[in-house]
Design a protein. Structure first.
Length: 587
């Protein structure tokens, strides 16, 4: 068992009492051993009777809090109040921060007289932390908060040691608006510390345990009990298997009763995920929680089945059932569902009844939920003759658009999967042959010093078997542009024609378009590219943007042979008429 030297003893203390403000900091990285420690041997209240108090244990410092010392007599000493009380009648903050920093909370020290044999532990030897309203307990930056038992090797005055420390057998009770933090109590997360306790009990709905840290895999293994809130604010936190109680000496007489649930089923409060990731690594880890609200971040249950009861999935929240395809039978059960975010599922994209993770909702369903499907090595196949692949088992009513595929239909192996609500109210992935797609590519070739063309060029796509027409525009940048993919039916034979009018380019003219390959039947899931190309040349040869030949004379209309004959006849008649008039005038 670990051994540590005890520092000088302070009497029972209050930090911040009777409307006053007080603070104590224990921690001097340059101080050796005992000079970086303090002990409060008659208990400590931080923030009492309207006062504001703070205790910081930093830089490898050690703070011991206890209720004095007692021999190991059976039932001779009554149970003492919690050695450490934070807030309640005042505002209190107790923080342990920094590698090697320890906050050690015991009941009454188990006292001996120089021996090293462990003394049998009684209830009054076991420590406890009570966090009341306006009280905050923080473990950050690799510091440790330890609640349990310490034994004195020598109860006489003078130097003595703590031996047979058994931390992790004392509880932390959180009442009212009291808060416990792994990481920072501020808006900026910090590296987490650790807590060794037999239980964290959130006694009221406003009591809370927060994970607000920068760790990538914080393992939370302390039993949680009560009706309060478990809040994931930052970092990645795994609700792990509950740690076993450490061993401690007993003699079969007056042995203490230590409340230490072996799982998290005693927690029936609220789970909130605001950012980061909360991991549920085994089946039904928090199945008695009233509700799960994922406003942001990720609730990760990949590879497990979870009972989540009332679920609210915010627009920025994610429920992840995927685990790289290792399991395709995970289930998230909800008694009610309010959607808004995304659910990640592993699915074998195959034929009818293929395996998939799924939601099972027994009650009311509201909102819109996006399903993100990851294919688990499915080859793709038609689902004709059945409802498809079940992904949402919905006992409650759900309208069109309640569940949608994130990113639209999924194509696999020449088949396209769409999310469809069946007649039984459940939601399935249904597959049909995947249609093809056509991209129209426009190329402009400038000549004669013409600048690179940037603009919009119209087109029309005409298809047969079946008949289909689509018109649009291609945005061309520096002489090249592509249309967005156009979906067409399998077997379609399509050709493109350039639309009109073409965009005006001052001083330049367009040649007639030339077209690339067309008329090939579209295969299942195929992709075809049809091309259009034009030359852009200086005006003067060809037509300008209005259809004329700029810079050339307008031609005079020509007469045919019949027209010329008629014109000659008219001229001869006119000459004869003029001759007769002259003869008459002479007469």
């Amino acid at each position: 068992m670990p051994t540590s030297t005890v520092a000088p003893i302070f009497s029972r203390g209050f930090i911040g009492k009777d409307q006053g403000v007080g603070s104590i900091t224990i921690g001097d990285a340059g101080a050796p051993g005992i000079l970086n420690r303090a002990n409060f041997m008659s208990g400590l209240v931080v923030g009492a009777d309207g006062g504001q108090g703070s205790l910081d244990v930093l830089s490898g410092g050690k703070a011991g809090v206890s209720n004095g010392m007692a021999m190991s007599a059976c039932s001779s000493t009554p149970a003492a109040p919690a050695p450490l009380i934070v807030g309640g009648t005042g505002t209190g903050l107790v923080r342990a921060s920094g590698s090697g920093s320890d906050l050690l909370v015991s009941g009454k020290y188990a006292a001996g007289f120089g021996g090293t044999t462990a003394i049998p532990i009684r209830s009054y030897h076991i420590g406890k932390i009570q966090v009341g309203s306006n009280g905050t307990l923080v473990a950050e930056n690799s510091a440790a908060i330890k609640v349990g038992v310490s034994q004195l090797s020598n109860a006489s005055m003078g130097p003595y040691e703590l031996i047979h420390e058994a931390y992790g057998i004392g509880p932390i009770d959180v009442e009212g608006t009291g808060q416990v933090y792994y990481g920072s109590e501020t808006a900026t997360p910090s590296a987490p510390g650790s807590i060794q306790a037999s239980l964290i009990q959130l006694k009221d709905p406003t009591s809370a345990l927060h994970f607000n840290h920068t760790g990538s895999n914080l393992s939370f293994d302390v039993p949680l009990k009560g009706t309060g809130r478990l809040v994931q604010d930052a970092g990645t936190t795994t609700v792990s298997q509950v740690a076993a109680l450490p061993s401690y000496a007993t003699d079969g007489a007056c042995d203490p009763v230590v409340e230490h649930p072996t799982d998290q089923q005693s927690f029936n409060g609220l789970v909130e995920v605001n950012a980061g990731t909360l991991v549920l690594p085994t089946n039904d880890v928090l199945s008695n929680a009233q509700s799960f609200t994922v406003a942001g971040g990720t609730l990760m249950q990949g590879g497990t089945n979870q009972t989540l009861n009332q679920v609210t999935l915010g627009a920025n929240g994610t429920l992840q059932l995927t685990d790289s395809g290792q399991s395709t039978s995970d289930i998230a059960r909800a008694s009610s569902w309010s959607g808004g975010g995304a659910v990640l599922l592993d699915t074998v994209l195959g034929a009818c009844g293929s395996a998939s993770d799924k939601l099972v909702i027994t009650g009311a369903i509201t909102g819109e939920t996006r399903l993100k499907i990851t294919n688990a090595s499915g080859p793709g196949a038609a689902t004709s003759g059945c409802d498809g692949i079940l992904v949402v088992d919905a006992a409650g009513a759900s309208g069109a658009g309640t569940f949608v595929l994130d990113g639209g239909p999924i194509t696999q192996g020449g088949f396209q999967y769409q999310l469809v609500k069946a007649g039984n109210g459940n939601w399935y992935l249904q597959a049909t042959e995947a249609p093809g797609q056509i991209i129209i590519q426009q190329t402009v070739t400038p000549s004669g010093g013409a600048p690179a063309f940037t603009g919009s060029i119209p087109f029309t796509l005409n298809c047969t078997t079946p008949s289909y027409q689509y018109s649009g525009n291609i945005t061309v940048t520096n002489n090249v542009g592509n249309s967005a993919p156009i979906t067409v039916a399998v077997g379609s034979q399509c050709a493109v024609v350039q639309g009109s009018p073409m965009p005006a380019v001052t001083g330049y003219q367009w040649s007639a378009a030339t077209y690339g390959p067309s008329g090939t039947a579209m295969p299942v899931g195929g992709l075809q590219t049809l091309t259009m190309s034009n030359n852009l040349t200086r005006s003067g040869g060809g037509t300008d943007n209005g259809g004329n030949t700029p810079g050339s004379a307008t031609p005079v209309p020509a007469l045919g042979a019949g027209g010329l004959g008629a014109l000659a006849g008219l001229m001869m008649a006119a000459a004869a008429f003029i001759g007769r008039r002259r003869k008459q005038d002479r007469a």
